[in-house]
Design a protein around this ligand. Structure first.
Ligand SMILES: [Zn+2]
Length: 520
């Protein structure tokens, strides 16, 4: 309402300014009548509308001076002056506000921040530095002598700077070349540009504003320079599970997410969270021991969190954009048919490619969801080659609520069969669980009467597991990878290659996705 009033006002001022000086005022607008004038009804037609506002504005800019009763009616606050206050009072009446309602506050005009960079001298010396050149550079803790991904770390975003301590070359425990960074993480050398940089002054962060619109809540933060930061969900317990991996969660109980800014000595300002369905409040914390400042973002309800996206705005401010609670009526789902093109994936006992089985099932999932009004996107729709980087990037740019990668499994042994669901971040587990539950039920009906296969449908550990597959290492939305069944088991391979079973599994995946939305 406020902005409508402002817009009306600015449009009318603009219109009046551009009228030729000799413009004649339409007779209907200016003809005085003998009827007593009510306040604001300048032309005395017993209506207060835009015509009256226009007459007042024309008087103000001396295009058409009012006299007599029209002048009296125009001065609708009786202060013996005809000015913008009178025009605004008429506009308020038109939009059904009281003429005495307070004026809307103008929208703040955001000024672009001039950021410091290590490409100019700050009088603090020089050091080897790097700038993130990829859209995202995954970070791995530097304290571990391997490149195992850890969900307590998140990628650095494009344009971030950090100091380089040393380089680690591929080999031994490392799959690729890394730079160990002074912040305490390491990044793959392919994602950054190394240069001799000027040491930066300590950074300061401050709250700029918080807004909720278009299914996201944006926290906008002013920074001095693009420092590295990582995010970490708190209030979550892990246990060591499948393959001895330490990041399995019984259930997602996260209560808050921390954004830890390195090289940052002060944090100030507060966010006024108004209408978010996910975020309750925020808190700054500074740690002078390790030179970090942390923004802690508390969830409204523990365990109800749906991912975020971080980027620098056109005003050079950092935006942390949190997904609001997803709804089925506005659902956008990204489906990823595993492998394809040059990469066939596993080969079934009957020679069928996994890539082909995955695409068939994925297409059935898509059809099912579309019939329910869900917007569906796909990383591939034919037998084309798509790298894991491309699949991640497509998902990040798609604005999807959830990501589901669909695969079929293989083992060196012909015995294993059954279905599994994998997550990376704990907040993806609820989605993995819902889809897995439905797939287990579907397989039980497929194997009805076959007790040996029935026994192996669901692994003894429950089949919902942490595993750091690359495509699901995204913090943007809940992301899961489904292994539908084993192509290396001849009985199961036969089923997975049967159209009716593919449809059944696809319907189960779609039902699981819908179950997830309904549970939020
Ligand atoms: Zn696969």
């Amino acid at each position: 309402m406020k902005s409508r009033l402002l817009k009306l006002l600015s449009v009318f001022i603009a219109v009046i300014m551009f009228l030729p000086v000799q413009a004649t005022v339409a007779a209907a607008e200016s003809t005085p009548t003998d009827a007593p004038h009510i306040l604001g009804d300048v032309n005395g037609d017993a209506k207060v509308n835009l015509t009256d506002a226009k007459l007042i504005l024309k008087h103000i800019v001396k295009l058409n001076l009012l006299t007599g009763d029209m002048l009296k009616a125009a001065d609708n606050n009786n202060d013996n002056k005809i000015n913008l206050t009178d025009a605004k009072r008429v506009l308020k009446i038109i939009v059904h506000l009281s003429p005495d309602a307070p004026d809307p506050e103008p929208e703040p005009v955001q000024q672009k921040v001039n950021l410091l960079t290590p490409y100019s001298d700050h009088g603090l010396g020089k050091k080897d530095m790097c700038e993130v050149t990829a859209d995202f550079a995954e970070t791995v803790p530097s304290s571990t002598d391997n490149d195992k991904n850890d969900p307590n770390y998140s990628p650095e975003i494009k344009g971030s700077f950090d100091y380089i301590e040393r380089k680690i070359s591929k080999g031994g425990n490392y799959d690729q070349d890394y730079y160990v960074l002074s912040s305490g993480t390491k990044v793959a050398t392919k994602n950054v540009k190394k240069f001799s940089g000027f040491v930066m002054p300590k950074n300061k962060v401050s709250a700029y504003d918080a807004t909720t619109a278009n299914s996201v809540t944006d926290l906008t933060i002013t920074v001095d320079w693009k420092v590295p930061f990582i995010s970490r969900v708190g209030g979550q317990n892990f246990y060591t599970g499948y393959e001895n991996r330490p990041f399995n969660v019984s259930s997602f109980t996260g209560a808050y997410i921390d954004f830890i800014f390195y090289y940052t000595s002060s944090a100030s300002g507060s966010f006024e969270i108004k209408n978010s369905s996910v975020i309750k409040s925020t808190q700054w914390m500074t740690n002078s021991n390790n030179g970090t400042s942390t923004l802690r973002v508390f969830f409204k309800t523990s365990g109800k969190y749906y991912g975020y996206k971080a980027y620098y705005s056109e005003y050079n401010r950092l935006v942390l954009s949190f997904n609001e609670k997803p709804t089925l009526s506005n659902a956008v789902v990204m489906l990823d048919a595993g492998h394809g093109g040059n990469d066939p994936g596993a080969i079934g006992t009957n020679g069928t490619y996994e890539s082909s089985v995955n695409l068939k099932i994925t297409n059935y999932v898509k059809a099912n969801l579309q019939n329910r009004g869900v917007t569906v996107k796909m990383t591939r729709t034919d037998n084309s080659t798509k790298s894991l980087d491309e699949r991640q990037s497509l998902t990040r740019k798609s604005g999807s609520d959830i990501f589901v990668a669909i695969h079929s499994n293989s083992s060196t042994s012909s015995s294993p069969s059954g279905t599994e669901a994998y997550y990376y971040y704990g907040f993806s587990k609820p989605l993995a669980q819902k889809v897995h539950d439905r797939l287990v039920t579907a397989w039980k009906s497929v194997y009805s009467g076959n007790s040996s296969m029935l026994n192996k449908v669901n692994p003894s550990d429950g089949g919902v597991r942490f595993k750091p597959f690359q495509v699901i290492r995204i913090e943007d939305c809940p992301a899961v990878l489904i292994e539908c069944g084993y192509l290396s088991n001849s009985t199961e391979c036969g089923k997975l290659c049967t159209d009716s079973v593919q449809q059944k599994l696809a319907n189960a995946i779609a039902d699981g996705i819908v179950d997830y939305y309904k549970a939020q």
